[in-house]
Write a protein that binds this ligand. Structure first.
Ligand SMILES: *Cc1c(COP(=O)(O)O)cnc(C)c1O
Length: 462
C-alpha cells in the first residue's frame, strides 16, 4: 500500500512514513493510491464483533507490512482500553429513523480520542522498533490538544508540547491539558489567539534546523492515520442498523472535514452509505461551497460550537483530489488561488461532490433550541456541536434510509452552552469527577518563536 500526495509532487510513502510525516513536502496531504474494498460478506461478518476486532479488520489492509497482525491487535487493544463505555461507540435512537452515534466516551470526552489514542500507540510501537525519538507539537483551540496529551502522556519515545491560547479555552479543556503529571507532557499557555499558536507551530516546521534538531512531528487532523481510525465507527454503526443489506446515511458536524472524509472512505470501501450530510455552524464555508461551488473564506465568527469555527477546512483538499480525477496539478492550482482569496470548483467536480454530499447550517439560536428540544423529547443532552448535526440531519431525513448523526463531544465539555439552553449543568462522568481537584502544571509563554523553541530545547535535553 502506497501513499501519494494530493498535489502530485512529493515522494510516495509507506503507511508508517506517511503517519510520521504528516504534511507532504509539496504542501499536499497523503492519501492511499488505491482504496481496499470489503465484499458484502466481509461487511456482514462484522455483525456482533467487538469494536476492537472491527477496527482490526477495517484498518489492516491500509497498513501494508508496518506491523504484524498480533502487534496491530495489541495496539488497538491499548488504544481503546481507557474508554468509559464497553461498546466504545454506542448508538442510541432519537426518533423513528434517526440515531445518534455517541463518540464521546474516550478519555477527553470528544471523538478525537478515537484517532489520537490509536495514533499514540502506533507512534510508540514504530519508534520503539526504530530506536528514534520525536517531538510532537500541536496548536489547539481545546479538543485536539487535550486528546493529544492524553494519548502521548507517559510514552517513552515522544515528548509532547501543546500550545493553547491563554484564557481562551474552557476550564475543562484547560485542566485536561494541565493536570497530567507525566514528565513528557508540556502544556504551553500562549499570550494570543488560536491563530497565533497555529502560526508559531507552522514557524517551527519551517525552521528546518530546529525541526531536524528535535525531530518535530505533527498529529493534526490532516494526518492520514487519524482519518483511518475514524473509518471504523462508520462500519460498526451501519452494521448494527442492518448494513450491508440496508443502506444508511450519516450527518457529521464538520470543521476540518476530517471526520466526514472518513465516512467518504468507508463508502469507497464498499459500505452502502446513501448520503453524507455536512453540518456546519454559522461558519458555513463548506455548506456554501457544496451549494454554489464557491470556496471563499470570509472571517471566523466565534460560536458556541468552537471546535467547528474554521475558515480553511484542510481535509477538504482530499475530496477535491478525487473530484478532480486525482489530478494533483489541478489541486495545487486551486490551493494557490486560495492563497489569494478563494476558488470556484469546476462544474464537473461540483457535480461529483453533490452526488454524494448534502449540506446545511445551524445558527446559534437553532443550535440552542435543538439542545433544549432534544432534552425534552428524548432526555439526551447534546453538546453544541452534536446539536448542529441533529438540526441539519432532521432537515435531510429520508423515510426509506436510517440516519446516523455523529455526537462529537460530551455535553460536560461545553457546560456553559448546555446550561444556557436547558438550565441544566451537565456533570463530568464519574471517572473524571476529580478533574477540578487535580494540580495544574502549565508554562506561560509569550507569542515568540525563539522563546518557545528555547523552552522546548531545555525540556527535551532533560
Ligand atoms: C474537532 C471537532 C469537530 C470537527 O471535526 P472535523 O474532523 O474537523 O470536521 C466537531 N466537533 C467536535 C466536538 C470537535 O472536537
Amino acid at each position: 500500500m502506497k501513499y501519494i500526495s494530493t498535489r502530485g509532487a512529493a515522494p510516495d510513502l509507506s503507511f508508517e512514513q506517511a503517519m510520521l510525516t504528516g504534511l507532504a513536502r509539496d504542501g499536499g496531504l497523503y492519501v492511499p493510491d488505491t482504496i481496499p474494498t470489503l465484499s458484502e460478506g466481509d461487511i456482514a461478518a462484522l455483525a456482533g464483533l467487538s469494536y476492537e476486532e472491527t477496527a482490526f479488520r477495517i484498518m489492516r489492509p491500509f497498513l501494508g507490512d508496518a506491523f504484524t497482525d498480533d502487534e496491530f491487535r495489541e495496539i488497538i487493544a491499548k488504544a481503546y482500553d481507557g474508554f468509559g463505555h464497553a461498546a466504545r461507540a454506542p448508538l442510541v435512537q432519537l426518533a423513528p429513523g434517526h440515531f445518534l452515534l455517541e463518540l464521546f466516551h474516550g478519555p477527553t470526552l470528544a471523538f478525537k480520542d478515537f484517532a489520537m489514542q490509536l495514533i499514540g500507540q502506533l507512534f510508540e510501537a514504530s519508534l520503539t522498533r526504530s530506536g528514534d525519538r520525536v517531538t510532537i507539537v500541536g496548536a489547539t483551540s481545546g479538543d485536539t490538544g487535550s486528546a493529544a496529551i492524553e494519548a502521548f502522556k507517559g510514552l517513552d519515545a515522544v515528548d509532547v508540547f501543546i500550545l493553547f491560547p491563554h484564557g481562551r479555552v474552557s476550564e475543562v479543556q484547560r485542566r485536561q491539558m494541565t493536570t497530567p503529571s507525566e514528565a513528557n507532557v508540556h502544556a504551553l499557555s500562549v499570550t494570543g489567539h488560536f491563530d497565533d499558536c497555529q502560526a508559531r507551530v507552522k514557524d517551527m516546521f519551517n525552521d528546518f534546523d530546529f525541526r531536524d534538531e528535535v525531530r518535530l512531528a505533527g498529529v493534526n487532523s490532516i494526518n492520514w492515520a487519524r482519518v483511518l481510525a475514524q473509518v471504523v465507527y462508520y462500519f460498526s454503526s451501519a452494521v448494527s442498523l442492518g448494513a450491508p443489506q440496508r443502506k444508511v446515511s450519516f450527518t457529521v458536524p464538520t470543521g476540518n472535514f476530517g471526520d466526514i472524509f472518513a465516512g467518504y472512505i468507508a463508502r469507497k470501501m464498499g459500505l452502502p452509505i446513501d448520503k453524507l450530510v455536512v453540518a456546519t455552524n454559522q461558519n458555513d464555508i463548506l455548506h456554501r461551497c457544496l451549494s454554489t461551488g464557491a470556496y471563499k473564506p470570509d472571517g471566523v465568527i466565534p460560536s458556541i460550537s468552537p471546535s467547528m469555527d474554521i475558515q480553511v477546512s484542510s481535509n477538504f483538499e482530499r475530496v477535491l483530489f478525487d473530484a478532480y480525477g486525482r489530478d494533483g496539478k489541478a489541486v495545487a492550482q486551486l490551493m494557490d488561488e486560495l492563497k489569494s482569496g478563494g476558488f470556484t470548483v469546476s462544474q464537473g467536480a461540483l457535480q461529483h461532490l453533490q452526488d454524494l454530499f448534502l449540506s446545511g447550517r445551524a445558527s446559534e439560536e437553532e443550535t440552542s433550541a435543538t439542545i433544549k428540544r432534544l432534552r425534552e423529547t428524548t432526555g439526551e443532552l447534546l453538546c453544541p456541536h452534536s446539536a448542529v448535526g441533529v438540526k441539519v440531519a432532521e432537515e435531510n431525513l429520508d423515510p426509506a434510509v436510517p440516519m446516523i448523526t455523529l455526537a462529537t463531544a460530551h455535553p460536560a465539555k461545553f457546560p456553559d452552552a448546555v446550561e444556557a439552553a436547558t438550565g441544566l449543568r451537565p456533570g463530568l462522568p464519574p471517572r473524571m469527577a476529580d478533574l477540578f481537584d487535580r494540580d495544574e502544571r502549565v508554562t506561560r509563554v509569550e507569542n515568540d518563536l525563539a522563546e518557545i523553541e528555547d523552552f522546548m530545547r531545555g525540556k527535551i535535553a532533560n
